[in-house]
Design a protein around this ligand. Structure first.
Ligand code: CAA
Ligand code: FAD
Length: 379
């Protein structure tokens, strides 16, 4: 076992860090306040290859391993989790799903522009009444011979307005439950699609979250990914990798808050010395550093399982539940270390605390991760 990062890993980590500091940090508070989608920054991320990091270069991707992806997600998320959620969805839900299960024609038409960052994609699974209980979805994709007719509503869709391509997971044969579900590639400008208002959120306020309504939307059969009825397995398999992305996002939010708290603790004085000289603060910092390191190792473990073609369902759920709970705890403590200054926007930690919460909810809540973990260890 080797805990050393390679030269290439270090280069990617540095490139992501430099990008985050030079391109994302300026304006991050304003974008959060105004709920402004980071369109320009996402375009630049795409140009640098960060939107198709693991895609084969023959489809325009960077051809990197999942460890590189974890490192880049951590660095981007330290500064701006509204940007990193877009990056995570495009890389691990949309590009990975298309590359792994799509036809050659689908890859040429959709994966190439997605991996090169010319366009972004979205993953449409959740519905107003079907989130954790994802098989109970109601959106219908009726089989009409050479096409599907899609009707229904998808909720909470990241990149909902900015994406050009949607991967829509919808029910074709409700009597077959999870085996009746299909996944369809749907272009956003298809007639019959309506995009709801942007959600006004607690955190990741710059990210582009919308509900999407489908009314008699015609989707050609050639846009179905995989065999008839493959849609739910597609979603579950894709979310396995997605959870590594969100675990890394949570890791980045935690380490960003920790770095700020560490720095502040050496500057702020109380009772005649730096607050870092008070043992209560030292112990907080020690616990933050320890939990973050454990979260990072779990992210690396899941990434290695994926790269080594081992089953990573268990390790990605463990990484996600642990990293997201670490992010919530560390960011709350980082606000505490900052005292009153932590409670105002200029010091960044209150935003990181608000951003941390979503990592316990999306791509499977903490309770869902525990369902996945307990099923695996009890089977
Ligand atoms: N790989 C392959 N197949 C899988 C699988 C996996 N990881 N997990 C389940 N399946 C298969 C099962 O084997 C089963 O197939 P068979 O009937 O052939 O055996 C079928 O799928 C149904 O599985 P379950 O019976 O386990 O389904 P369930 O109803 O008990 O639900 C669940 C399981 C884990 C709770 C699942 O519904 C789930 O993950 N829910 C959470 C949904 C979620 O994560 N949504 C995220 C939306 S995207 C998002 O959030 C993006 C973002 O924010 C940025
Ligand atoms: P529910 O499933 O109703 O859960 C409510 C509570 O009950 C939770 O605490 C849950 O853990 C608990 N619970 C439910 N079932 C069980 C059980 N069996 N045992 C124990 N506890 C249980 N979805 C997409 O498809 N694509 C996206 O791009 C996307 N982006 C999102 C972005 C944001 C900002 C948000 C807020 C959500 C996003 N989602 C997206 C949806 C997200 O995945 C769901 O919100 C999440 O899966 C939870 O579903 P729900 O909100 O319906 O909660």
């Amino acid at each position: 076992m080797d805990f050393q990062l390679t030269e290439e890993h270090l280069m990617i980590q540095k490139a992501a860090r430099d990008f985050a500091v030079s391109e994302l940090l300026p304006g991050v508070i304003e974008r959060d306040e105004k709920q402004q989608y980071p369109a320009e920054q996402i375009k630049k991320l795409g140009e640098l290859g960060f939107l198709g990091m693991m895609v084969d270069p023959k489809y325009g991707g960077a051809g990197l391993d999942t460890i590189s992806y974890v490192l880049a997600m951590e660095e981007i998320s330290k500064i701006d989790a509204s940007t990193s959620v877009c990056m995570s969805v495009n890389n691990s839900l949309v590009c990975w799903g298309l590359e792994t299960f799509g036809s050659e024609e689908q890859k040429q038409q959709y994966l190439v522009p997605l991996a090169t960052g010319q366009i972004t994609g979205a993953f449409l699974l959740s519905e107003p009444e079907a989130g954790s209980d994802a098989t109970s979805q109601r959106t219908l994709a009726e089989d009409k011979g050479d096409h599907y007719l899609v009707n229904g509503t998808k909720n909470w869709i990241t990149n909902g307005n900015s994406a050009s391509v949607y991967l829509v997971i919808a029910q074709t044969n409700p009597e077959k439950n999870s085996k009746g579900i299909n996944v369809l590639i749907v272009e956003k400008n298809t007639p019959g699609i309506t995009i709801g208002a942007k959600e006004n959120k607690l955190g990741i306020r710059g990210s582009d979250t919308h509900s999407i309504m489908f009314q008699d939307v015609i989707v050609p059969k050639k846009n179905r990914i995989g065999e008839d009825g493959f849609g739910f397995k597609f979603a579950m398999k894709t979310l396995g990798g997605g959870r590594i992305g969100i675990a890394s996002q949570a890791l980045g939010i935690a380490s960003g808050a920790y770095e700020l708290a560490l720095k502040y603790s050496k500057q702020r004085k109380a009772f005649g010395k730096e607050i870092s000289q008070h043992q209560a603060i030292q112990f907080k910092l020690a616990d933050m550093a320890t939990r973050i390191e454990a979260a990072r190792l779990l992210c690396f473990k899941a990434a290695l399982d994926k790269d080594n073609h081992n089953d990573y369902t268990l390790s990605s759920s463990m990484a996600k539940v642990f990293a997201s709970e670490t992010a919530m705890w560390v960011t709350t403590e980082a606000v505490q270390v900052h005292g009153g200054y932590g409670y105002v926007k200029e010091y960044h930690v209150e935003r990181l605390m608000r951003d941390a919460k979503i990592t316990q909810i999306y791509e499977g809540t903490s309770e869902v991760q525990r369902i996945v973990i307990s099923r695996a260890i009890l089977s």
